[in-house]
Design a protein around this ligand. Structure first.
Ligand code: MSP
Length: 474
């Protein structure tokens, strides 16, 4: 089966921060898992238009294009070091994207869902979001996410008739938004119907955007441009995308769920395209309980931490202890504790102990798995991944690792070596089978480590194991 998995495209208004890793890690884990039986396309990209980018470029005294071009290597570099297996990449400043978005606009217009009206209200350039008077009032006119005053806007804009699709949007949210509690938040937002939104900005206020076809005075609202990336990257509208669309899963952070759960389905419905099968919204990585963002200036550099501790350690930490559903706090101390106890001790020791014993006692491979002991965790692992509970799937792998370590402690192969060679070979071959299962299940999470383990044990005898995760001195 073909499966298409997408990630949100980050704003290129500063260097990437650790919060950006979540989309990629989740999508990559799902993509690697799906590749065990399916054909996968996996898209990533960069959101390069809009107020945020224009403002930062102005501050830096360079053109917006020069500004995003300078930052692009930081984002692609982050994907590289994290070992993200994306197959498609799009920048919203790519000429082909711009042309395709303009075609999408024309199609929306033809479908009768775009109209001109006066917008009077508020805008948060941090969120790139229009805010209604009542929302602004209840927040006392200051964005709770960015601690900046909303900007008052009064301009003639184009609007998207989202209200027309309220019922279908509700059905979509109920059926496809995961986790359910985040879907309920969206349903609450649209309980009186989804509201039409402004989908353009006056060029006098914002120049850095895709020009609205046939109206030189307006550029598109950055979200219309950005959301379209999921299909323009497949070649829509000139290509038939039905081999890949609808997406199997679209991974986004909780803060941008509302754009994906309301504006995006309205656009797709108006274009006559199917809606994504799953829209998965993860929580936030917070630092010391607070929000981390470029605008707040308290960021951790993902490339630095990967260079220091390794990609698999970072992948492990965020996929098991990160905000898969609920928000999660991050600190280097927590990271180091998990690394030392779960990677260096639990997994690293199992691999080195087992390889040492197989070699020392000259055991020949005749391994089989032992479903009675670790089989139940294998089933749990698959069930959790299908429910997007990647953290729980990782827990299931560590249950297996623990079970193997315990089995070694109980059977004491070093004593069997003196008394019962047949039993010794049986015990170590059982563990050998287990470690091969563990490495296969680790692949979507820790691809390099899984490969190393496979190389150590995939032969007539075991190879000497390098230390997979050297302990970090605290
Ligand atoms: N450009 C939009 C997305 C457009 S998608 C068509 C955007 N960019 S962003 O740079 O602000 O965020 C990119 C992704 O990173 C989003 O999924 C967002 O939720 C996620 N995160 C940004 N900060 C985060 C944390 N601190 N923690 C976890 N994820 C967060 O929104």
């Amino acid at each position: 089966m073909n499966k298409y998995i997408t990630t949100a495209i980050p704003y290129v208004n500063g260097k990437p921060h650790i919060g950006h890793v979540m989309d990629y890690l989740i999508a990559d884990c799902l993509a690697r898992y799906a590749r065990m039986g399916d054909e996968v396309r996996f898209s990533a990209g960069l959101d390069e238009h809009g107020c945020k980018v224009e403002q930062e470029a102005n501050k830096a005294g360079v053109s917006p294009l020069e500004f995003v071009n300078n930052l692009e290597p930081d984002f692609t570099g982050m994907l590289e070091v994290l070992n993200i297996s994306y197959t498609d990449f799009i920048r919203t400043t790519d000429e082909k994207h711009i042309v395709r978005v303009q075609e999408i606009w024309k199609k929306l217009d033809k479908a009768g869902v775009i109209y001109k009206a006066k917008y009077e209200g508020w805008y948060c350039s941090g969120c790139e979001c229009f805010i209604t008077e009542s929302e602004a009032k209840s927040a006392e006119y200051i964005c709770p996410n960015h601690q900046k005053s909303f900007e008052k806007i009064e301009e003639e804009n184009y609007f998207l008739k989202i209200s027309k699709f309220s019922d279908q949007i509700r059905d979509f949210v109920k059926k496809s938004v995961t986790p359910e509690f985040r879907g309920r938040e969206i349903l609450e937002l649209i309980k009186d119907g989804a509201q039409d939104v402004s989908i353009s900005r006056s060029r006098e206020k914002l120049n850095w955007g895709v020009p609205v076809p046939g109206d030189e005075t307006q550029v598109m609202y950055v979200w219309v441009d950005a959301l379209s990336n999921y299909i323009t990257v497949l070649g829509y509208p000139e290509n038939d995308i039905s081999d890949w669309w609808p997406a199997e899963v679209q991974v986004v952070g909780k803060d941008i769920l509302r754009f994906h759960a309301i504006i995006w389905p309205a656009m797709l419905l108006a274009l006559g395209l199917e809606l994504p099968k799953t829209l998965f919204a993860h929580g936030f990585i917070n630092q010391s309980g607070g929000k981390m963002s470029k605008s707040l200036g308290n960021v951790v550099d993902p490339i630095e931490i990967v260079e220091k501790y390794g990609a698999d350690a970072v992948r492990y930490y965020f996929l098991r202890h990160g905000p898969i559903f609920e928000d999660a706090d991050f600190s280097i101390e927590k990271f180091v504790t998990a690394y030392n106890s779960e990677l260096a001790n639990d997994l690293g020791n199992l691999v080195s102990r087992l390889s040492n014993m197989i070699r020392k006692y000259e055991i020949k491979a005749s391994w089989q798995s032992s479903p009675s002991r670790i089989g139940k965790y294998v089933d749990k692992y698959h069930t959790y991944i299908k429910k997007f509970e990647l953290n729980h799937a990782a827990d299931a792998i560590w249950e297996m690792v623990k079970s193997c370590n315990q089995y070694i402690d109980e059977t004491k192969p070093w004593e069997l070596a003196k008394t019962d060679e047949v039993k010794l070979a049986e015990v170590l071959n059982t563990l050998w089978g287990d470690i091969m299962i563990i490495q296969a299940l680790l692949t979507p999470f820790l691809p390099d480590t899984a490969k190393k383990i496979e190389d150590i044990f995939n032969g007539e005898t075991a190879k000497e194991a390098e230390i997979l995760f050297p302990k970090i001195e605290e």
